[in-house]
Design a protein around this ligand. Structure first.
Ligand SMILES: CCCCCCCCCCC/C=C/C(=O)SCCNC(=O)CCNC(=O)[C@H](O)C(C)(C)COP(=O)(O)OP(=O)(O)OC[C@H]1O[C@@H](n2cnc3c(N)ncnc32)[C@H](O)[C@@H]1OP(=O)(O)O
Length: 341
């Protein structure tokens, strides 16, 4: 696995497929669902490309919480690969069709009383998502509208830039009032009685620095947006107080977008993500990819070298009685909370 990945970072995609695209700052037409749009695995992922813009959107679409199952992981990788093979695309926005949950992390039901054959496949698929995102030649922008705990946070950290919704009353991207929503992000595994695997923990260390990461990992801290910004876990926090799209914009987008992501395209987070995607797409792809290689190749090599051992450790760890007990308790509490709403 190592050789293809690193060669893809070095040359396979990056140096051959370098045709930066320009598009107008406010041109939201990049969201247009082309007839060649990619939707895979029963649309667990909605993916659309705009070759003129050089930008793609990849929106996770697994209700209710975009929790990462084997199938969703595979769908993310498949979609990303399809986008990656398109030489006209330089940037991708990683988003969610759920406006309040980016991804709830691993599908915890995958971890409870797991099937022997499926569990290692499941873990491998998560490792692959990380490798494909973190090692992509594409500039990937995380549009974090909602919660991103645990592996959801990992997805965001594996991107090149993270924009988070700052929360607040009455966000009205579609003209309707909605309840106040303040998303959180972080590696909260210890709160489930498990620990983040080394490669995920190290990703946090590389993102926010050693001491803050050490503390956040131990406590399983979930950061609200402004704290995440201060820690450097996200790069930008957007509030929608001043956001009021014009009727023309809404009308144009209604024509352009398929239902699941129409409102998302109108949100300020998505528009900022678009601007950032545009910014990255303007940089010489050779230079951008080379700089990504400088900061990411060593850790990717290490992760890939320990991949099998990581899978073995994960499987035996998850199957321990105490871990199973903790996980069951956690899921019961989650279901109870959901029912009590
Ligand atoms: C030393 C090295 C050791 C290495 C060993 C490896 C160990 C393993 C490491 C694994 C690393 C990664 C771990 C994970 O990602 S575990 C998952 C962590 N995720 C969470 O803790 C989040 C749980 N969810 C929530 O807190 C909330 O749902 C959330 C804040 C995301 C949203 O809240 P909201 O109120 O909007 O929504 P609900 O809670 O009502 O949820 C809606 C429905 O979704 C279901 N749900 C939510 N999260 C999950 C999930 N992670 N998996 C499966 N299902 C989930 C929830 O039950 C609701 O469904 P129902 O309505 O049907 O009950």
């Amino acid at each position: 696995m190592a050789a293809p990945l690193l060669s893809s970072l070095c040359c396979r995609h990056s140096l051959r497929h370098c045709s930066p695209r320009r598009f107008a700052r406010n041109d939201l037409s990049f969201f247009r669902s082309l007839s060649t749009s990619i939707s895979s695995e029963k649309s667990l992922v909605l993916s659309h490309v705009n070759e003129d813009a050089g930008v793609a959107i990849l929106a996770m679409n697994r209700p209710p919480a975009n929790s990462l199952s084997l199938e969703l992981n595979e769908a993310i990788c498949t979609s990303l690969k399809e986008i990656d093979t398109n030489p006209k695309i330089q940037s991708v926005i990683l988003a969610s069709t759920n406006p309040t949950i980016f991804s709830a992390g691993l599908d915890v039901t995958e971890l409870i009383s797991p099937d022997d054959q499926r569990l290692p496949k499941f873990w491998n698929s998560l490792q692959q998502v990380y490798i494909d995102l973190y090692g992509s030649r594409l500039a990937i922008i995380a549009a974090i509208q909602g919660h991103a705990p645990a592996a959801g946070c990992m997805l965001a950290m594996a991107c090149d830039y993270r924009i988070m919704y700052g929360g607040g009353e009455g966000s009205t991207v579609d003209g309707r009032k909605r309840k106040s929503h303040i998303p959180t992000i972080g590696l909260n595994e210890t709160q489930l009685g498990i620990a983040a695997p080394p490669w995920m923990g190290q990703l946090l260390v590389r993102t926010i620095g050693f001491r803050p990461a050490e503390r956040a990992l131990a406590l399983g801290t979930l950061f609200p947006p402004m704290e995440a910004l201060i820690e450097g876990l996200v790069d930008d926090v957007i509030t929608e107080e001043s956001f009021s799209p014009s009727a023309d914009t809404i009308h144009a987008l209604e024509k352009l977008l398929p239902d699941p992501i129409r409102n998302q395209a109108l949100s300020l987070v998505m528009q900022k993500a678009f601007q950032e995607a545009e910014l990255y797409a303007k940089i010489s792809p050779q230079a951008r990819v080379a700089s990504k290689l400088v900061t990411r190749s060593e850790s990717l090599k290490d992760m890939i070298a320990s991949r099998e051992a990581d899978t073995e450790y994960f499987c035996s760890f998850i199957c321990q009685d105490t871990v199973q007990k903790n996980l069951k308790k956690y899921v019961e509490a989650l279901k109870k909370k959901s029912k009590s709403k």
